[in-house]
Design a binder for this molecule. Structure first.
Ligand SMILES: [Zn+2]
Length: 324
């Protein structure tokens, strides 16, 4: 669920640390010109990025100040300077942490504000050191605005990811039949991977299919209109909003949008009735709920035509929405 912004923040945390490390070297070597230049350019890069992220003004100011001092005024590296350096360092890290928190609060669907919904405590079984892990390893957020759920944090390496199960041929045929019953003609924009079964079945069934990878769907400004748009596997990237927007935009009037996602209500049901751990699968997607999809459609100027719950062990919801 990494976003461009989140990646940028992680890079900045690392840059902060390497700048401090560099300045420590500079202090030890007493004015080495190359180290000095590196420190200054590192700080200026940080300043630039902090500005871009609209960070707290005093942090931006202090970063600039550090760069100026090191560049023009620093001849003696004393204790006071080092104290000042670490005060700046911790302040910058704190601000970056705040920005990261703000980032995970933003819902990938509607950019509304999410709140922590579920923190699962998982225990490692059969760990040879007998160590138990009791901190939350997966945190789900519930968006207060649109009512959908998304993964905000996951401890790496704890949950074994199963490979996504591919759609069956019969499943794809049924999906295409659902679309055909509502679409005005045989033009489809397919957003997703062309190796997927659903794409192959659509082509084999004689649909006029244009395909776009998710990433390309965001960059291209081709403005063709289609009777149907299929999004094969909505990712939970923060670009989800843009992808849905693009999909809605590519529909002719009365056009049909098809997409699906894991069914949260079903997972909850299995937890209550069978004690099955939820969240073990498909965490890389946004979980959909009845209420959530309703709101989601409204957001993009669509009306829900059908909502199909499929699958017995891992429930999914298939949505067909129509552009009004
Ligand atoms: Zn939302």
């Amino acid at each position: 669920m990494a976003t461009g912004r989140m990646n940028q923040l992680v890079v900045m945390v690392n840059l902060c640390s390497s700048v401090v490390e560099g300045i420590e070297h500079l202090i030890a070597s007493q004015s080495n010109d190359r180290l000095k230049e590196d420190a200054v350019s590192g700080l200026l890069t940080l300043e630039e990025n902090l500005k871009g992220l609209q960070a707290d003004k005093s942090v931006i100011h202090e970063t600039r100040w550090m760069a100026e001092v090191i560049k023009n005024w620093l001849f003696v590296y004393d204790r006071e300077f080092r104290d000042r350096l670490y005060r700046w360092y911790f302040k910058a890290l704190k601000e970056l942490r705040n920005l990261m928190f703000a980032e995970i609060e933003i819902c990938p669907v509607c950019s509304g504000k999410g709140t922590v919904h579920y923190g699962a405590s998982l225990y490692m079984e059969g760990d040879e050191t007998g160590k138990e892990i009791i901190k939350p390893v997966r945190i789900f957020m519930k968006c207060k605005e649109c009512g959908n759920y998304y993964l905000a944090k996951e401890e790496p390496g704890i949950i074994k990811r199963r490979k996504r199960t591919a759609r069956t041929r019969a499943g794809c045929k049924r999906i295409l039949a659902d679309i055909e019953s509502l679409a005005a003609d045989d033009t489809i924009l397919f957003i997703g991977n062309q190796n997927s079964q659903l794409y192959k079945e659509a082509v084999a069934a004689g649909w006029k299919v244009s395909a776009l990878l998710e990433a390309d769907a965001l960059s291209t400004d081709k403005k063709d209109r289609y009777a149907a748009v299929i999004i094969d596997r909505l990712s939970d990237s923060r670009d989800m909003n843009a992808i849905l927007d693009r999909a809605a935009d590519s529909l002719a009037d009365g056009g049909i949008l098809w997409f699906d996602g894991p069914d949260l209500d079903k997972s909850m049901d299995l937890l209550v009735k069978k004690g099955r751990v939820i969240w073990r699968n498909m965490a890389s997607e946004v979980y959909l709920t009845q209420k959530g999809t309703e709101n989601l459609a409204k957001l993009f100027g669509l009306t829900i035509k059908s909502r199909k719950k499929v699958g017995t062990t891992l429930g999914r919801i298939e949505i067909i929405a129509q552009k009004s």
